[in-house]
Every structure is written in C-alpha cells, then in structure tokens.
Design a protein around this ligand. Structure first.
Ligand SMILES: Nc1ncnc2c1ncn2[C@@H]1O[C@H](COP(=O)(O)OP(=O)(O)OP(=O)(O)O)[C@@H](O)[C@H]1O
Length: 328
C-alpha cells in the first residue's frame, strides 16, 4: 500500500471510519437507527441504501455537521470536532452546490486552502488532478453539475487527507464523468486511503466498490464484499428447451435444483453451463438457450432493501412516505 509522504502523523487507527450504535432523530423521524459499521483503508467502500435510508445523515454526523442523538461516528478514533487539522485527515464532498457562485474555482479553493494553511501550489495541483485547470479562473456559478462535482472533489482533496467521503458524487454526471469518478475513487483507495462513497444505485457500486455497507431506513442491512454479495445471490443458469420436462428430470437426476419459471424457462442451480449442455446432448435433448445468470447485484440489492421496506411498511405508522414509523 503506497501512503502519501506528506501529512500529519496518523495513529494506529489511520484511515478508519467507525460508526458505533449511531442514532439520529429529527423530531419524530429516525433518520439513523442504531447503525454500526466500520470502513477501512485501501478499499473503496460503497455506502448504499434507497433514498432516505440515512446515508447523508450518517456522513453529516461523521463530519461533525450534525450531532448524534446517541452513539457516535469516529474518524481515526476521534469525533470530527476534536480533530486538530480536519482537512488533512478527512475530505468530503456532500453538496456540489456549496460553492460561492461568483467566485472562480481557483479563488474558491484558495480561500479554503488559506484558512487551513495550505499553500497555493496545492490548489493548482488539485485543480489539475480533477481536470479543472483550464477553467480555474472562470466563475463557479457558470459551471455544469459535473464541473461543480469536480470542484467539490478538489476541495475534498486539498488537505491530502487519508479519509475521503463522497455523497452521491456521480449524480447527474455524463458517462465520461462517471468513468472519471470511478477511476479516481479506485486510485485514491490504491494509494492507501479510506474511501466511503454513497449511492442509491447498485449499478454504480458494482464497478467501483470493493466492500459494501448497505442500509435501509437507518439500519444496517448488510456489510459485505461485492463478491460475497454476488455469490450469495447467485441465480444459477437459465435453460430453455422444447423438451423441458424431460430435461428437468435429467438435470434433477444429476443433482441439480430445477425450478420451472412462469415462461417455461428452467432455473437451474448446482450445475455449470457445460455440464448442463453435456447432459442435454447425452440424452438427445435439444436446448434453445443456456444462459448463466451471473449474480445480478442490482437484484440482490433490490431484494435486500426491499425486505427492509416491507418490514417497515408492515410495522410502520402507515405514513407511506418512507419515514420512520412509530413504535420502533
Ligand atoms: N434536517 C433534517 N430534518 C428532518 N428530517 C431529516 C433531516 N435530514 C434528513 N432527514 C430525514 O432523515 C431520513 C434520512 O435522510 P438522509 O438524507 O440521511 O437519507 P439518504 O440515505 O442520504 O437519502 P438520499 O439518497 O435521498 O440522499 C429521511 O427520512 C429524511 O427526510
């Protein structure tokens, strides 16, 4: 793991984000509900959950922008407010619009840098890194959403922090912007940094994250690696045959689990594609399709978070708005 040469000395908890039994209430709304998880260095951790799941609230607590109702959020073992030089330890993009529209990109970063005793050279460096060097003197108010996201990321990187949090950074970006962010996140993690990246879309995370923290309605649903989640929701192989009933018997005799789907397709688990093909050929049974259903992370995610929504719908107050029900 390559670590940056510069920067303040870090302790043994270098790069660790810890959320411990965190609860955050806003009036009757429980935005975060007894949430615990950890994020370690050197990996991109996707923080996933449907809209309103509590991702932003958790990040806001971690960044000292909101006080927990109970529990805590720690970075490098400390609450944000007690970190002496926060920009050097934690960088974050929460809201790309938190920029003075009349200021140039350079001036915006220069102000931030000055108040944190960061030199002008670093401002130029991060502008270069996020691809805004060419428009550094232009008013941020005229920037597209993608450019504003880049500027927000530049601000997060300014202090060369070991811990980075990005709240929905690809929202509204074009495919090139999405690819750029994906590459940046991966390279920041490869440098040994801790990267926590929130999204409500699994499709973004599948290609970017190593680990996932999935939450629903303020609670932890699962903390897992992307690979483990894919394995857990393995869907087997879809087989179509004009002699489906006979093929089903053959496959079952070979130890497979076969479910007949409503459209007549066979959902086969326990045998590889080649084994299925060989068995069908060996019994003279035509097959019209044999498609491995590589675990769809999107489906896995929908299933995981769907459960949490159902649970709430059944046990909630019936307000239907995704808010926390009473009696929790
Ligand atoms: N300042 C606030 N006052 C009242 N309710 C709030 C406040 N901030 C968040 N909430 C509520 O807390 C819940 C969690 O919101 P939060 O923004 O943390 O979710 P999220 O997972 O980040 O969602 P999204 O993907 O939509 O950003 C929601 O029901 C939201 O309406």
């Amino acid at each position: 793991m390559v670590r940056r040469a510069a920067g303040p000395p870090y302790g043994t908890l270098d790069g660790m984000i810890e959320v411990k039994e965190l609860t955050k209430r806003y009036g009757a709304t429980v935005a975060v509900d007894g949430l615990s998880f950890q994020v370690t260095a050197g990996l991109v951790t996707g923080f996933l959950g449907p809209n309103g799941a509590g991702k932003s609230t958790t990040m806001r607590v971690l960044l000292g922008l909101d006080a927990p109702t109970s529990g805590e959020g720690l970075v490098n073992g400390r609450r944000y407010a007690t970190i002496r030089h926060p920009m050097h330890e934690v960088g974050a993009l929460l809201d790309a619009d938190a920029v003075h529209a009349g200021r140039s990109a350079f001036d915006h970063l220069r102000c931030l840098a000055r108040s944190n005793r960061i030199g002008g050279r670093r401002v130029a460096e991060v502008l270069e890194q996020v691809g805004l060097a060419g428009v550094a003197r232009k008013r941020a108010g005229g920037f597209s959403l993608g450019m504003r996201q880049r500027l927000g990321i530049a601000a997060a990187l300014l202090g060369d922090p070991g811990v980075l949090m990005f709240d929905e950074p690809v929202n509204g970006l074009d495919p090139e912007g999405v690819r750029w962010i994906r590459h940046l996140m991966r390279s920041l993690a490869a440098e040994g940094r801790t990267v926590l990246l929130s999204s409500h879309l699994m499709s973004e995370m599948a290609l970017t994250a190593d680990r996932l923290v999935v939450i629903g309605r303020g609670r932890l649903i699962t903390e897992t690696s992307v690979q483990d989640l894919a394995d857990r929701f393995e869907r087997g192989v879809l087989v179509r045959s004009p002699r489906a009933a006979e093929l089903t018997a053959v496959l079952r005799a070979a130890g497979a689990t076969v479910l007949v789907e409503p459209d007549g397709g066979l959902a086969v688990k326990g045998l590889e594609v080649a084994e299925i093909g060989d068995l069908a050929a060996g019994h003279g049974l035509a097959v019209h399709e044999v498609t491995p259903r590589s675990a769809s992370l999107e489906e896995a995610y929908m299933e995981l978070t769907g459960d949490s929504v159902e649970y709430r719908a059944a046990g909630g107050s019936g307000d239907g708005g995704g808010r926390q029900g009473a009696g929790r």
